[in-house]
Design a protein around this ligand. Structure first.
Ligand code: GNR
Ligand code: NI
Length: 167
């Protein structure tokens, strides 16, 4: 097991489009274990492989209070979406920033589990938001892309200032 380094916005590596997993082999299962450990340590409720600099379509998630209900999505695809909801989002790659994002309220997702077996899931509420947030990461998108230009500019200035202070 290993805790992996999480990339921070605006790192250009977060903009890559992740490749589908061809086969759920030992290396992919190892990645899943390390991503889960990294997510629990952060702590976060989800993590996409691109956030730990691996450009593969792998996501881990756990929305349970007890932190004992790991969900693994390999090559996830949204089959259907319905309705609209606005939720406050955060991201381990954009620490300290929380803002409202509008997304589909209900989705149907298909993916492979950690054993490479296909499954389908109906999601709504926070789970639906989280799945969409993670699939965005796999497509090189970050939740701040949905904020106004004004907010994105403010955020960029704040992060540049933080970086100067850290030097
Ligand atoms: O830990 C996380 N919390 C969260 C809260 C609201 C909406 C989405 C998320 S995902 C985030 C972890 C993360 O950055 N995953 O990519
Ligand atoms: Ni995120």
């Amino acid at each position: 097991m290993a805790i992996l380094n999480i990339l921070h916005y605006p790192d250009p590596r977060l903009r890559r489009v992740a490749q589908p997993v061809a086969q759920v082999d030992a290396a992919v299962r190892r990645l899943v274990v390390d991503m889960a450990e990294t997510m629990y340590a952060a702590p976060g409720i989800g993590l996409a492989a691109i956030q730990v600099d691996v450009a593969l379509r792998v996501v881990v998630m756990d929305l349970s209070e007890e932190r004992n209900a790991l969900k693994v999505f390999i090559n996830p695809e949204i089959l259907a979406r319905d309705g609209v909801q606005v939720m406050e989002e955060g991201c381990l790659s954009v620490p300290g920033v929380y803002d409202e994002v509008e997304r589909a309220r209900h989705i149907r997702v298909r993916a492979l589990d950690a054993d490479g077996r296909p499954f389908e899931l109906e999601a709504e509420g926070l789970l639906a938001t989280c799945v969409q947030h993670e699939i965005d990461h796999l497509d090189g998108k970050v939740f701040v892309d949905y904020l106004s230009r004004l907010k994105q500019n403010r955020l960029r200035k704040k992060l540049e200032k933080q970086e100067r202070l850290a030097m």
